[in-house]
Design a protein around this ligand. Structure first.
Ligand code: I3S
Length: 170
C-alpha cells in the first residue's frame, strides 16, 4: 500500500475493503452500524475511511435487491478465485489507495491504536455473520471486522495479531 495522509513517507503494510462496526466506544456500548470501509494498517494504527467499499451483500439481501446481491456475490467469488500472490501484504496498488486516501477526501473516518489491544475471532453472540474478528483497544473501543471472503479475513487476522504482538510493550 502507499502512504497515508498522516504518515506521508511511510508505506502501509496492508489495506483493503472490510465491513466494520463499533460495538463499544470508550467503554460504552454503542449501537451496531455495519459499514463497508476502506481499511489501512499502518504501523500500529488501523485507519478506516467512510463508505469507501460500496454496499455489502447482506444489505442487498435485506432490501430484497436480488440482482445486486447476485452481482456482489459474483464479484466476491471472482476475487476469491483469482490467483493470489504468495505474500498477502501486497494487495494494494498505489493508484487504488491514493484514490481512497488521496488529497481530496484524505481523512480517515476514524483511527484505532492497536498498541495494547487484542484480537480474536468473535463468538456467535457478538454477530450472526461469519468471518468476524473482534478487536479491542486499550482505550476501551471494541470493533467487529468482517469480510465475506475467508482468505481476506484470515490475512487480516494474521496481520492484526502480528501488529499487536509486535507493539505489545510500547
Ligand atoms: O447484535 P445485534 O444487535 O443482533 O446486531 C444486529 C443489529 O444491530 C441490526 O440492526 P437493527 O437492530 O437496527 O435492526 C443490524 O442490522 C445487524 O446487522 C446486527 O447483527 P449482526 O449479527 O449482523 O452483527
Amino acid at each position: 500500500c502507499p502512504s497515508s495522509p498522516k504518515h506521508p513517507s511511510t508505506p502501509s503494510e496492508k489495506c483493503g475493503v472490510l465491513n466494520v462496526t463499533k460495538i463499544t466506544e470508550n467503554g460504552k456500548k454503542v449501537r451496531k452500524n455495519w459499514t463497508s470501509s476502506w481499511t489501512v494498517l499502518q504501523g500500529s494504527s488501523l485507519l478506516f475511511a467512510k463508505g469507501q467499499g460500496g454496499s455489502t451483500s447482506w444489505s442487498y439481501y435485506r432490501s430484497g435487491s436480488i440482482p445486486e446481491l447476485l452481482l456482489t456475490l459474483l464479484s466476491s467469488w471472482k476475487r476469491s478465485v483469482k490467483p493470489r500472490p504468495a505474500v498477502s501484504y501486497v494487495n494494494c496498488g498505489p493508484v487504488q489507495a491514493a484514490a481512497k486516501f488521496g488529497s481530496n477526501q484524505s481523512k480517515p473516518e476514524f483511527t484505532v491504536d492497536l498498541r495494547g489491544g487484542s484480537v480474536e475471532w468473535a463468538s456467535k453472540d457478538k454477530s450472526s455473520k461469519k468471518h468476524v474478528i473482534e478487536l479491542k483497544t486499550r482505550q476501551g473501543t471494541e470493533l467487529l471486522i468482517q469480510s465475506e471472503i475467508d482468505s481476506v479475513i484470515n490475512d487480516w487476522y494474521r496481520a492484526l495479531t502480528e501488529t499487536i504482538n509486535t507493539h505489545a510493550w510500547e
